[in-house]
Design a protein around this ligand. Structure first.
Ligand code: SF4
Length: 397
C-alpha cells in the first residue's frame, strides 16, 4: 500500500506525516491490520529494536478527587467502588515500588489523585523519591501529581525526579465535554513547566471516549508539538459509577490502528500502552508490542492488570526482550538532546486508568465508523484493584 510505504519512509526519517495520512491509518480496514502493524513495526524497530520498557505504577493517594474528569474512577461524585486512601508514607511507597522493580520494571510512576499538589505534597513526594532512589540504584522516577504551580517542577527535579506525567487526554475542541474543573490549556501549561524544569515530559491520550478520528489525530499532533519523551496511550476502561460507563467503543483492531498512528506521528518517542490494554486488546496484546515499546507491568491505579508473570511471558513469547536498567530507552539523538517526539493512563493526574478525557469528536464530524460497530462490552474484564498499595495484600508485579 502506497500509504504505508510512505509512512514507513517518513517514520525512518523522523518526518511528520500529513494529517490526511494519519487519518488514513485510522480508516484502514480489519483486512489490512497486519499490513498496518508490519509497517509501523518497522519504524518501532528502527528506533527501539525489540526492547520493551516496563513501568510500574504506585498510587500514592487514591480517590476523593475534587475534579470531575468523566473517565476517571477517582473523580468527584464517582460511585465506582475503588480503594480510597490518603498519602502513602515514603517507606510504604518504596516497598510497593520495590515489588515492581524486582519484577523487571525500570521506571516507577508515582501518582496521586487531585487537582494538583500543595507545597507540602511536593515535600512528601520528594521524600518518597529519595527513599526509592536510595534503595534502588539506576531507577527512573516519574511523578504524576496533577497541575503544577510555579516552582514545583523545579523542586521535584531537585528531589531526583526524572520525569513528570500529565496527559492531554483528548483534543482541545472536545476537552470541555469531559472535564469542567480545569482546562486543556491548564494541562498544556503543566507539560511545559515540566519541560522547562529539565524533567523528561510524559504526556499522552485516552482513546475510546466517543471521540472521532479527527480528535485522535488532533491530540496526537498536539502532543508532538509539545515534544514529550514518552506518550502513554490509554484505552478507556468504562468504570461503572462514572459518566462514561457505557462507552464501550473499542475493538482490538481499532486499538492497534490507534497505536500505529501514534507511532507514525511520533516515531522516535517512547510509546507506552497504558490503561485498558488487557480489557481492549485482549489476546491481541502481543501484536501491539510491534507498535509500542513500553508497557505498565502489573496493576493500574484503581484497576487490576494481568499478572506480572503473564506480562513477562507475553514479551518473551512474542520475541521481545525487557529493557534493562543499563540501557537507554530513547534513540541517541533524543537522549542527548533531551527532547521528545517531534513533538502522560491517567491526567489531572496521569490517566493511567484508561481514560482520556473528552467524549466525542467534534459535532461536525461523523463518529468513527468503528464506534458504531463496537465490540460487545467486556465488563467482565474490568477488575477493581484490591491488592498492592493501600492494602495489606502483596502487589501484582
Ligand atoms: S484524572 Fe486526576 S484530576 Fe481528574 S478526576 Fe481523576 S484523579 Fe482527579
Amino acid at each position: 500500500m502506497d500509504l504505508l510505504n510512505t509512512l514507513v519512509d517518513k517514520g525512518l526519517r523522523r518526518e511528520l506525516p500529513t494529517r490526511d495520512e494519519a487519518l488514513a491509518v485510522l480508516a484502514t480496514s480489519d483486512d489490512e491490520i497486519l499490513d498496518v502493524v508490519a509497517a509501523a513495526g518497522k519504524v518501532r524497530r528502527q528506533w527501539f529494536g525489540r526492547r520493551v520498557k516496563l513501568n510500574y505504577l504506585v498510587n500514592l493517594k487514591s480517590g476523593l478527587c475534587p475534579e470531575d474528569c468523566s473517565y476517571c474512577s477517582q473523580r468527584l461524585g464517582s460511585k465506582a467502588e475503588i480503594l480510597k486512601y490518603t498519602w502513602l508514607k515514603p517507606d510504604q511507597a518504596s516497598q510497593a515500588a520495590a515489588a515492581g522493580l524486582a519484577g523487571g520494571a525500570k521506571r516507577v510512576c508515582l501518582v496521586a489523585s487531585g487537582r494538583g499538589p500543595t507545597d507540602r505534597d511536593v515535600d512528601r513526594v520528594s521524600d518518597t523519591i529519595k527513599a526509592i532512589k536510595d534503595q534502588n540504584e539506576g531507577v527512573e522516577v516519574c511523578a504524576c501529581l496533577g497541575l503544577l504551580s510555579d516552582g514545583q517542577a523545579e523542586r521535584l527535579r531537585q528531589a531526583g525526579a526524572d520525569a513528570y506525567n500529565h496527559n492531554l487526554n483528548t483534543s482541545e475542541s472536545t476537552y470541555g465535554e469531559i472535564t469542567t474543573t480545569h482546562t486543556y490549556a491548564d494541562r498544556v501549561d503543566t507539560v511545559q513547566k515540566a519541560h522547562a524544569a529539565g524533567l523528561s515530559a510524559c504526556s499522552g491520550l485516552i482513546a475510546g471516549m466517543g471521540e472521532s478520528d479527527a480528535d485522535l489525530v488532533d491530540v496526537v499532533y498536539a502532543l508532538r508539538a509539545l515534544d514529550p519523551d514518552s506518550v502513554p496511550v490509554n484505552f478507556l476502561i468504562p468504570f461503572e459509577g462514572t459518566p462514561l460507563a457505557k462507552e464501550w467503543n473499542l475493538t482490538p483492531q481499532r486499538c492497534l490502528r490507534i497505536l500505529a498512528m501514534v507511532r507514525f506521528v511520533c516515531p522516535d518517542v517512547e510509546v507506552r500502552i497504558a490503561g485498558g490494554r488487557e480489557v481492549h486488546l485482549r489476546t491481541m496484546q502481543p501484536l501491539a508490542l510491534h507498535l509500542a515499546n513500553s508497557i505498565f507491568l502489573g496493576d493500574y491505579l484503581t484497576s487490576e492488570g494481568q499478572a506480572g508473570k503473564a506480562d513477562l511471558e507475553m514479551i518473551a513469547d512474542a520475541g521481545f526482550e525487557v529493557e534493562g536498567t543499563g540501557e537507554v530507552t530513547l534513540p541517541e539523538h533524543r537522549a542527548t538532546a533531551g527532547a521528545g517526539c517531534g513533538s502522560h493512563a491517567e491526567a489531572g493526574c496521569g490517566s493511567h486508568e484508561s481514560g482520556g478525557c473528552g467524549p466525542c469528536g467534534s459535532p461536525a464530524e461523523e463518529p468513527a465508523a468503528e464506534t458504531t460497530r463496537a465490540s460487545e462490552a467486556r465488563t467482565d474484564l474490568v477488575a477493581v484493584r484490591r491488592r498492592g498499595a493501600g492494602t495489606d495484600l502483596a502487589p501484582n508485579a
